[in-house]
Design a protein around this ligand. Structure first.
Ligand code: FE
Length: 135
């Protein structure tokens, strides 16, 4: 179910986001692997959407996937993200977007750890980390 609540023009997003955030969140770009700010982050806290602030993931379900991007085995809430078929770049993948603003976050794969077996492979630049206790 999609519940996109925040709708802004490209010009508005471009003004609010950094060029790298805009390229990923609004143009479905991907940051280079092993370069993202949060790939090695092991601190406890929440990962919020860099565009709209919705909580997307939590450190409790973050794990070391070796992929080069922050990886989680479940979202912070079932309705925090939306997924849809993505046939771009000659691959069959599942795109993950923020359910509130529609921003592109990354992709979902089925090679994650238990209990879900899922891997939400997410660009660091699409998120803002909020250390536990800072809310
Ligand atoms: Fe968002």
């Amino acid at each position: 179910m999609t519940k996109t609540e925040i709708v802004k023009t490209d010009a508005e997003w471009q003004q609010e986001l950094t060029p790298e955030q805009y390229r990923i969140l609004r143009q479905k770009g991907t940051e280079r692997p092993f370069t993202g700010e949060y790939y090695h982050n092991k601190a406890a806290g929440a990962y919020l959407c860099a565009a709209c602030g919705q909580e997307l993931f939590n450190s409790a379900s973050k794990y070391e996937s070796g992929s080069g991007w922050p990886s989680y085995w479940q979202p912070a809430a079932a309705d925090a993200v939306d997924t849809r078929r993505d046939l771009s770049h000659a691959m069959i993948r599942t795109e993950v977007t923020c359910s509130r603003c529609g921003g592109h976050l990354g992709h979902l794969f089925d090679d994650g750890p238990q209990p879900t077996g899922l891997r939400y492979c997410i660009n660091s630049a699409a998120m803002k980390f909020q250390p536990a206790g800072d809310a």
